[in-house]
Each structure stands twice: as C-alpha cells, then as structure tokens.
Design a protein around this ligand. Structure first.
Ligand code: ASP
Length: 588
C-alpha cells in the first residue's frame, strides 16, 4: 500500500490501484454471490464497485449482507484491478474495484419511492415530492454541476470585462416586465406592500445614473405568470447594464460570452458575429420572433399574387386588410386526408379560420398564374404541397410559425447537431395585448428607434425599438434594449401606454427625477439562465434544470407550498383572507 488517500467513489481510476482508501457514499446496488458481495457505492463523482469477501474479511462481509439500497456507508479498503474480463467499460471507474476491509453503516434508508437511476420511469409529481432523492440521480447531479459551471463562466467573463456585480434588493416597488408582481405585505406599514422584483430593471438603470458604468448580477426574478406550460414564476437571470454603449457593444459582449460558454462546456466554436434579422422580416419568414434556423423552410407572403383571386376564402381576408402566407410541405403530395385534417385542426386551434393547400380543392378557383406565383414564392417543387393561411397579419404569422415547426418535425428536417444563434433586431416598441390594447413590446424603458419618433402618436405599432433578442435554436436566451434616458421622452412613452400623470408620478417618479441629475445613455440585456440551461442540456422541461422547481400549477410539492398561515400571522400583517366564492373563476 502506498499511503492513504480519501478520494471520491467516482474518481477512482487504474492509477489508484494499490492505494488504501476510505470512501463515503450511498449504496446504489448490491449483488450477493454468497461468499462475495458486490455493491456499487455512489457519490456525486460517480460510482465504484466494492467487494466484500467472506474469506478475507468475514465481519465486513456479514454487515454487507444486510445492506440495502440508499444506505449511507463508510468503507475502508484497497483499490485493486478488476479481474481480466470483468471490467465495466460503461463505468469510468470500471477498471478497478475496492476490496473492502471495513464497513460502517452510517445511516439506513427506507426503500425509495422510485429507483435512483437516470432512466427512472417515475411520475413527475412523485419525483418533485421527493426532489432530494430525484437529485441523487447522476443526470440531475451533472445538471447541477453544469449549471454551476455556466454561472462560473459568466462571473469570470463579466469580471474580465470590468463589470462589477451589484446586489439589488428583493423588496421593491413594482417593475413592469409584462407579468404580475408578487407582493409582500409590510407589517410595519399597515396596508402597504412591497413588490418582489420581476427584474432589477429600474435599479440597474439607476446604477448607471450612479456612475457604475458596467453592472451585472446573477439576479433572482419573480413573475406571477398565468398557468402556461412554458412559464415559470421564479427565474434566475444574468442581468447586465452598461453606460455610453450602443447595441453593437451589447451584441459583442454577449456573443463573446456565449462563445466562451459553448466552448468551455460543450467544446463548440460558435460562429461570431451572429446573424441579425429585423422583427418584421423575422415574423414574415418564420412566423415567430424566436426562429429556429436549424431548418430552412421559409414562409412566403403571397398576398399580392392573390389579390384578384376567384377564391373568396383567400380574397375576403385580403379585402379586409389581411394577408395570405404560404409554406412548402416537402413531399406533401403523399399526405393522407387524416394528416391534412390534423394540420387544419392545428391551424384552427391557433385561431385560423381555416387552412388551404395546393394542389387541393382550391385549385379550380385559381388561375395558372396564381398557382405559379405561389409555387415560385415558396420554392415548391414536384411532389411538394403548399399550405396557405389567409387571415389578419398577426394571426397568419402565428399559425404559419406553428405549421412551419410542425412540418419540420414531421419531415425530420431539424439538424439536431447545429447551433444557430441570431439577433432579432430591431423589434417593435409597442404590441397589442390579449385584449387588443396597446402595451409595450419589451418594457416601457426601451428607447424608440430615432427615425420612427414621429409615428409614436399616429402609428404606434409601426414604431421600432432599440430592442434585441438573442435566439438560439428557436429559444430566446437573452433580451434587452438601449434605454430612454430623457425624462420628457420617458414621460411621453408612459402616456402613450395610457398611464395617468398621477400613476407616472407615484410609480416612476424616482426614475424620472434621477434623469434630471446627469444621466449617461445606457443599455443592457438579461439572459434567463433556466432557459439557457435547457438549450445547453437539450431538454424541453425546465424542471430538469432547476434544482427545486415548482409544478406547472405553481406549487412546491416537496415543501407543500403555498400553504395557509396562522391567523395570528395574518393579524400582524393586517390581512383578511376572503376565500373566492364557489364557482368564481380563479385566473388560470
Ligand atoms: N429587464 C429585462 C428583462 O428582464 C432585460 C433588459 O432589458 O435588460 O427581460
């Protein structure tokens, strides 16, 4: 034996053969072969096989015969080379095993509600209830480590670029980011409330007024989102702000960061600079502001070609100011009636009045010229089908975006190994909310595009914004803008958004006042780390990358939260709970 080391279970290798070791870990598996008992002992670094031989160490062997899965044990022994033929190439420790001389059971374990294994087929609710067991699975541990490494790269990179991390408070006043605020009652100021940050937006801008110049923070943000599969209420973001900068500075900074993250974590060289596309072209070509460029299908506008068409289904929406958009379905001639019905159902589900296709029933209402124009605009060839949607522009875009994705999925057109980042820039300053009212596109602090300033009152929806999103493989991984830094302009934007003078004063007075004390032009960006992790780890489920996630219905199944509180606590907070009446609609 050459000295004593206390390594991790999963880090033992052939070079350790001959070493005496003391290991701590969880029993992953036990195989009892009579005189020989084998266990796989697991810790965060992996697992190693430990052998108990009754002839050599009868006492340790006896104790090993009582071990069960997930017991926590201490093992002393010697690292030995496995017999030729019994190596396990699937385990990084597979060339060696530990011949145990001593065994101590530190903590016994009940049979876990599911196997602690990567491919466990357990109900998600059960996994979340026992998250501490779920997190024992090797894949989850790797995920936590990956997340740690990503954040580490961010810290190092931001520091190297002279950004300093500044903590901003959790108890704030509301900051609009498009969600509801979580609010916290103040015990000492009855009837008054703090808001938890939807983002540190206003504070980071105030830090620019304070002369910090380059700020970042790994910031926790809380957004009381409605129940939607792709929304989480608690997010962590890399939050960045800088002074005297333009869009170009922000792009260069973030491209450099992603290049580092992809290189260090995935050994991938991202092509820099990223391509850019403006929002209008993006919505037209891809039907979404988060296009996935790993497949080529582009949507075409065929409105002009069909303006005089005999087909009323297509002409009527055009006459009402709408558009007709078309996309190619490669080899779509062979689609069955059922498949076409599914696509039509999908289009209708997304709000379209209907779905048309050529060749198809509409052919007889179209001239040869119209057909030729559609085929050429969509680059459709022999055997391809073209899907058409005629509707209001926004609707047609959304539906086309969904169909484009569905076609790519069905035809397996997505080049899974590619990384295709892009910037969507410029974007629009305003958009329509679900009720048809004017609201901000990014947030109300975003600077309008200087040349579009005159349109603010007359054609607000056409006003572009100095806002940008960074999209990777169809997922928005960062978004930000150059900000307004003039009081007058900021007030004007608030007014266009329908805020009264009093509301502007009470909600944003501090920011407007600050703009009167020497304010540098500034801009920034934020990147949602949960989403970024999903992209890096190739998962669609945010709960795979968040250590202690909530369910889709915003509950913590492990802690049993939210939950009621003691009446005395409510009293102290001067709060009375009014339970919703039966049948009252709670927001969903
Ligand atoms: N505050 C924005 C957000 O959280 C990011 C930014 O504009 O910098 O999305």
């Amino acid at each position: 034996m050459s000295g004593f080391t206390a390594p991790h279970c999963g880090s033992l290798r052939a070079a350790d053969v001959g070493n005496g070791v003391e290991l701590y870990g969880w029993v992953a598996h036990r195989r009892d072969h009579g005189g020989l008992i084998f266990i796989d002992l697991r810790d965060r670094w992996g697992a190693v096989q430990v052998v108990f031989n009754t002839e050599v160490m009868p006492e340790a062997h006896r104790k090993a015969s009582e071990l069960r899965s997930e017991y926590v044990v201490r093992v002393k022994g010697e690292v030995t080379r496995r017999r030729t033929g019994s190596e396990n190439p699937r385990m990084p420790t597979g060339e060696v095993e530990v011949a145990a001389s001593e065994l101590e059971v530190i903590s016994a374990a009940k049979t876990p509600p599911f196997q602690i294994e990567d491919d466990v087929d357990a109900d998600e609710a059960l996994r979340l209830k026992y998250r501490y067991l779920d997190l024992r699975r090797p894949r989850m541990q790797q995920m936590l480590e990956l997340r740690h490494k990503v954040v580490k790269v961010m810290h190092r990179y931001m520091d190297a670029n002279e950004f300093i991390e500044v903590e901003t408070p959790m108890l704030l006043k509301g900051t609009p980011e498009g969600s509801r605020d979580f609010i916290v009652p103040s015990r000492l100021h009855p009837g008054e409330f703090f808001a938890l940050p939807q983002s540190p937006q206003q504070l980071k801008q105030l830090l620019m007024v304070a002369g910090i110049g380059r700020y970042y923070q790994i910031a926790r943000c809380l957004r009381d989102e409605d129940l939607r599969a792709d929304r989480v209420v608690e997010i962590t973001q890399l939050d960045v702000e800088m002074s005297f900068c333009t869009e170009e500075d922000v792009f260069a900074l973030i491209e450099g960061l992603w290049a580092k993250v992809w290189k260090e974590l995935l050994a991938v060289d991202l092509p820099i600079p990223f391509p850019r596309i403006d929002m209008q072209e993006c919505l037209l070509k891809y039907g979404t502001d988060k296009p996935d460029l790993r497949y080529d299908l582009e949507i075409a506008d065929v409105t002009e070609a069909l303006r005089q068409t005999e087909s009323t289904v297509l002409r009527a929406p055009i006459e009402e100011g709408g558009v007709v958009r078309a996309v190619r379905f490669p080899d779509g001639h062979g689609l069955s009636r059922r498949e076409l019905d599914e696509l039509a159902l999908m289009a209708k589900g997304a709000g379209a009045k209907g779905l048309a296709w050529i060749p198809g029933p509409l052919d007889k209402r179209m001239t040869e010229g119209e057909r030729a124009a559609i085929l050429s605009a969509t680059k459709a060839g022999d055997g391809d089908l073209v899907l058409l949607v005629a509707d209001r522009r926004r609707k047609a875009e959304t539906v086309m975006g969904l169909l484009r994705r569905e076609i790519a999925r069905r035809r397996k057109l997505i080049r899974e190994n590619e990384w295709r980042p892009l910037w969507v820039y410029p974007m629009y300053l305003f958009e329509e909310d679900d009720l048809g009212n004017l609201t901000y596109g990014h947030h109300p602090f975003t600077s309008p595009w200087p040349e579009d300033m005159d349109l603010i009152d007359t054609k607000p929806y056409q006003v572009r914004a100095r806002a940008y999103d960074c999209v990777m493989n169809g997922v928005e991984i960062a978004g930000g803008s150059i900000r307004i830094h003039e009081r007058g302009l900021q007030e004007r934007v608030f007014e266009v958004l329908g805020l009264s003078k009093e509301r502007i004063r009470s909600q944003f007075g501090h920011l407007l006042d600050a703009f009167e004390y020497g304010v540098p032009p500034h801009g920034g960006i934020a990147s949602g780390i949960d989403r970024l992790m999903m992209v890096l780890a190739h998962t669609d489920n945010v709960r795979d990358v968040v250590p202690f996630p909530k369910t889709q219905s915003h509950q913590d199944l492990m802690l049993g939260a939210p939950s009621q509180v003691e009446p005395a606590q409510l009293e102290e907070l001067h709060i009375q709970v009014v339970q919703p009446q039966k049948g009252t609609k709670t927001p969903s």
